[in-house]
Design a protein around this ligand. Structure first.
Ligand code: NDP
Length: 329
């Protein structure tokens, strides 16, 4: 069994030295426990925050111990009555090839309904984040104009498509490369721009000349500032993430125009997907239906091997992924 430990706490950008590959024995299950051979693990931006030794909504990773995070795999040993060898389970002990855990911490999924990786992407946590953030937190209504940043990523690409499927009038996305911008147009975004091509404020004004009603924020900083300027009266912002500042050592320079929130009567609302589990059934019904009808596409960037998991994480922060970043183990 190979697993990835946190070797040091990064100051600013993490590097390969942040991680250490450690070999251990394959675990054996105690009473009530199962052993899972992980097939895929999720790589997520929030993991960067957990590398800092600060109190947050999830505890920090411990030094010299394995990292963790979403994973899916096959049960290879079970001392639990309700879980059988051969079952496919979703759980939270990624970053290792074999995981031992209490069976109650794993959720059985049906691998015949969808490719197993989809339970970590479109049908998983990032899918629900897009769905809940757009429809519940920002309460998007048909006909509205929606702007989403990091739009070619896992959450963002689903936000844009779900907005169209739920009747948005116009959907605009921003992303970091020309190829991603092309992909967004193919996914049905009405307009998309590369945020490196000029000030976000100007690109957004061109892409949404009549302003925006909803901003789904994955980036923060200049993107949030541009959105506040572009938002129409009573506009709403779902604050999902602020990836532009996760590696910063200084407070962000933007947004500088927060006072506009008053005159425009804007609502800016932060949220965590964990609080929206009540939408899961509706989410799965909608998304499974759209997938079946071919109305929703999802991209996955799959990196091979646990030894490449650190590179996958660093690549995610640099924008090397299209859609969900996953590691196949
Ligand atoms: P993504 O698949 O979107 O990957 C991250 C992307 O962020 C990269 O591909 C990169 O694309 C973009 N990015 C990186 N740095 C910058 C920057 N400085 N400026 C603009 N874009 C940047 O990840 P996820 O879909 O998993 O997550 C998206 C966001 O949602 C993150 O902020 C994450 O923290 C948040 N999140 C929040 C949750 C919640 O419950 N609130 C749950 C899940 C995710 P590019 O090439 O376009 O730069």
């Amino acid at each position: 069994n190979r697993e990835i430990h946190l070797a040091s706490r990064p100051q600013g950008w993490p590097t390969e030295d942040t991680f250490r590959l450690v070999e251990t024995d394959v675990p054996t299950p105690g009473p009530g426990q199962i052993v899972v051979r992980n097939q895929y693990m999720s790589v997520d931006p929030y993991m960067r925050g957990r590398m800092n030794d600060v109190k947050s909504y999830v505890p920090p990773f411990a030094l010299d111990a394995p990292l963790d995070g979403g994973a899916i795999g096959e049960v290879v040993a079970s001392e639990a009555p309700d879980v059988a060898v051969g079952d496919t389970v979703l759980h939270n002990l990624g970053w290792r090839e074999y995981a031992v855990l209490g069976a109650t911490s794993a959720r059985k999924v049906d691998p015949s309904l969808a490719p197993v990786s989809a339970y970590l992407s479109v049908l998983g946590m990032t899918g629900l984040t897009a769905y809940a953030g757009l429809l519940e937190v920002a309460a998007m209504k048909p006909g509205e104009t929606v702007f989403v940043s990091a739009a070619a990523g896992s959450v963002g690409s689903l936000v844009g498509q779900i907005a169209k499927l739920k009747g948005a009038g116009r959907v605009v996305g921003s992303a970091g490369t020309a190829a991603k911008v092309q992909r967004l147009k193919a996914l049905g975004f009405d307009a998309a721009f590369d945020y490196h091509d000029g000030p976000v404020r100007e690109s957004l004004r061109e892409a949404a000349p009549d302003g925006i009603d909803v901003y789904f924020d994955n980036v923060g900083g200049d993107h949030l500032e541009a959105a506040i300027s572009a938002l129409n009266l009573h506009g709403r912002v779902a604050i999902c993430g602020m990836i532009a500042q996760y590696n910063d050592t200084e407070p962000p320079a933007a947004p500088r125009n927060l006072a506009m929130v008053i005159g425009k009567r804007l609502t800016l609302r932060g949220f965590l997907v964990n609080d929206h589990g009540h939408l899961r059934e509706e989410f799965v019904r909608d998304v499974a239906g759209w997938l079946r009808e071919g109305q929703l596409s999802y991209d996955e960037t799959i990196i091979e091997g646990i030894d490449n998991a650190p590179a996958a994480f660093l690549g995610l922060l640099r924008g090397e992924n299209l859609g969900k970043m996953l590691v196949r183990l």
